[in-house]
Design a protein around this ligand. Sequence first.
Ligand SMILES: [Zn+2]
Length: 317
Amino acid sequence: MPMNRVQFQPGLSLPAFLAQFGTEAQCQSALEQARWPEGFRCPECGHAHAYILQGGTHKIFQCQGCRKQTSLIAGTLFHSTHLELTVWFLAIYLISQAKTGLSALALKRQLGVSYPTAWLIQHKLMQAMSERDNAYTLAGDVQVDDVYLGGELTGGKAGRGSENKVPFVAAVSLTPEGHPQYAKMTPVAGFTRKAIAEWTASNLSPGCLVTSDGLACFNGVTDAGCLHNAIVVGARKPKDLPEFNWINTILGNLKTSFGGAYHAFDFDKYASRYLGTFAYRFNRRFHLDTIHNRLLVAAATIGARPQRWLRAAEAAC
Ligand SMILES: [Zn+2]
């Protein structure tokens, strides 16, 4: 992986960020632009003209067509927040720039908010990142591996069949030159052919060439229109095989990231959110200077994600 290209890119400095998003007015106008890049659209009737009502904390738009009032934050990730947008924007900056993720505790300290508030901000933003990333599928040559998350991230084989761990599929697509392109980290019901076929249908484009270590369940990729290249591992460990070079490198990064940034206690309940956040950041690793804007657009457009929903979401999956 051309890591130097990642590590030495300029990104966005804190002073530069604060110059752009340091005041409530700046954040409001950035949110308005992210939410309605072509100007206001009434969520109720689609009308393009509104009267602006000031007075409350956030700008209110009264539709000139149906007269419905829409607050700037209604229906966004910031729906009904009592926090200033400057706090949210700083959280977006800190979370998107943190190479290895950011815990709720670190966020609490840096934002000067309570732990429950920091937890909510963290999980809302992680949810936005995961949902954004889920919208894409991998294409071309893809390396996959079966991994368990929880307790200790083992990289797969030693933990196979373990209890109380979350099974997930790690996948990375390669460029024609063999460089890693995009990654996916997805919890699955188990390592069965059926689960892998379902995973393939929602995460890979048809016609991918999928390279695995030959675990039987990965034949499921052919049930969803992909080709399967099973490398027989035999006595060697997959980490020693060049075919799995990139997936192993990325899983090493994942282990470092989770070990350094988070406590493991809620991985089992919120696995897809943590894994999706890691993939989101990895997939935008060459865009550190614009990643905060991308996350803002995601937050402005995915819709409200209330606490009750966030706490229940994983169980419903
Ligand atoms: Zn309207």
